[in-house]
Design a binder for this molecule. Structure first.
Ligand SMILES: NC(=O)c1ccc[n+]([C@@H]2O[C@H](COP(=O)([O-])OP(=O)(O)OC[C@H]3O[C@@H](n4cnc5c(N)ncnc54)[C@H](OP(=O)(O)O)[C@@H]3O)[C@@H](O)[C@H]2O)c1
Length: 428
């Protein structure tokens, strides 16, 4: 066997302790699969005396992770955040010729290209399988197994917290607020949940996936982002009646106007592969020109699944498997143009709160006709005459710019009592 690969683990929270746990439980298995022992030559976190979920007895402790760099071959960054110690540690390690494994999607989405340049310069590895979809090896899949394909679309449920909330709303008829509280109680959502529910976490992951799928740098500033706070129980119930469910999707697609990256709630057929991804699970669907549609599903977060990906990256380094972080050398990445939402063409769900009087529907459909939007279906529930009723319209494919114009005009009608609520429908 070759000499041991020495690693330093920085951050001993959920993922750090999960990673330590795998090394503690099956070191022989890992060594036999790599042909080499992986030695934990250092650990570091903020507070030395904190009780940990994994046994750290006997492991060399460092008060600052920066002090581990000299003692190891690989830094495993599991601190988090796109700045602060995480960024300083990764940059310093790469500059000093040490490989880095990280689960940090914010850092890779915002600074991945600068870091990849550093890694290339020093001829070391920067690996981040765990940064997207936890235990699902989607980065390896896009880079290796699907390397021969051009991708029409890559679509993912990439945030377990949002998927848990939306699944609870559908299954148990809870409101968004109640489902969020339950997610927080179970440890699926942070006390400050905006990164998850406002779609930012999904945007980070989508930018990384799109970069790999289209051979370009992650473009986080070119992702349209809308979260799930405005999804009501009423929408979820109408969706079910129409045969749909609502999911927060990250979608990257090649269009005539350029790559379009978007994160927003979507209606998808309830019986489609992504429609059937429930709870904290993640799912990713990729459409390649040769392979057709491939679908991945699994746990997108948590100690075990995320550590599974972190350890796989470390094992690759131990085996001598080395890829450029974004597959191609940074200089060879394509400089692509990106499209805006105004060019999106899809079907729409539109829910209106209207006064129940004759002629209201004619006013609404008149506006849709002016924008050349054709209707696919119409729903209205039984009601008492004269009261405010909810009507739901779905459209055939139309341009987002036309839909936005129609919504503005419909919102101005006297009989429309609340701003129209629109959800895009994604055909899968
Ligand atoms: N949790 C998941 O399911 C999951 C899934 C995929 C990816 N990720 C990513 O994995 C990374 C870690 O997430 P996590 O959930 O494990 O976070 P976490 O539980 O909050 O743990 C963070 C760890 O970093 C340590 N830390 C914070 N500041 C530090 C500093 N200045 N120096 C040294 N250590 C410091 C903390 O120390 P103390 O313990 O002493 O406070 C803690 O051990 C993040 O990038 C996250 O986005 C997480």
């Amino acid at each position: 066997m070759s000499s041991p690969l020495r690693i330093g683990i920085a951050g001993l929270g959920t993922v750090g302790c999960g990673t330590l746990g795998i090394f503690r439980h099956q070191p022989e298995l890992l060594a036999s699969r790599c042909g080499r022992v992986i030695e934990i030559a250092g650990i570091s976190a903020k507070n030395k005396n904190k009780k940990r979920d994994s046994d750290i007895k006997g492991l060399p402790w460092f008060d600052t992770p920066l002090a581990m760099i000299d003692k190891v071959d690989v830094i495993v960054e599991l601190i988090g955040g796109d700045g602060g110690m995480a960024r300083q540690l990764v940059e310093t390690a790469l500059r000093n010729g040490k490989s880095v494994v990280t689960a940090n999607k914010a850092l890779i989405a915002h600074h991945g290209i600068e870091l990849a340049r550093l890694a290339e310069k020093r001829n070391v590895v920067l690996a981040f399988e765990a940064a997207v979809a936890g235990g699902i090896p989607i980065i390896k899949a896009l880079r290796d197994g699907l390397a021969a394909n051009r991708f029409r679309r890559v679509i993912g449920i990439l945030n377990g917290t949002c998927n848990y909330i939306l699944t609870s709303m559908r299954e148990y008829h809870t409101s968004f607020g109640e489902a969020l509280k339950e997610a927080q109680k179970l440890g699926y959502a942070e006390a400050e949940p905006s990164f998850d529910v406002d779609g930012i976490d999904t945007a980070h992951k989508l930018a990384i996936l799109a970069g790999l799928a289209y051979g370009t740098a992650p473009a986080i500033d070119k992702v349209y982002v809308e979260g799930i706070r405005r999804i009501s129980l009423r929408d979820m119930e109408f969706a079910a009646e129409l045969g749909y469910t609502i999911k927060l999707l990250g979608i990257a697609a090649e269009t005539e106007q350029g790559i379009l990256q978007r994160v927003h709630p979507c209606m998808v057929a309830a019986n489609s592969p992504l429609g059937a991804v429930h709870g904290v699970y993640n799912g990713i669907l990729a459409e390649g020109d040769s392979v057709g549609t491939v679908f991945f599903e699994g746990r997108g977060a948590g100690a075990g699944p995320t550590a599974s990906s972190v350890v796989a990256d470390i094992m690759d380094i131990a085996r001598g498997v080395a890829y450029k972080p974004f597959t191609l050398p940074v200089e060879n990445l394509a400089s692509l143009s990106f499209s805006g939402m105004e060019n999106l063409c899809c079907s729409y769900y539109l829910r209106l709160s209207v006064t129940d009087r004759p002629g209201v529907l004619a006013e609404v459909t008149g506006i849709l006709k002016d924008e050349q939007i054709s209707l696919r279906s119409f729903l209205q529930h039984s009601h008492q005459p004269g009261e405010t009723v909810q009507i739901v319209l779905t459209t055939h494919e139309t341009k987002e710019s036309a839909m936005k114009k129609a919504m503005t005009a419909i919102g101005k009608l006297e009989s429309v009592k609340e701003p129209p609520h629109m959800i895009r429908i994604e055909n899968l």
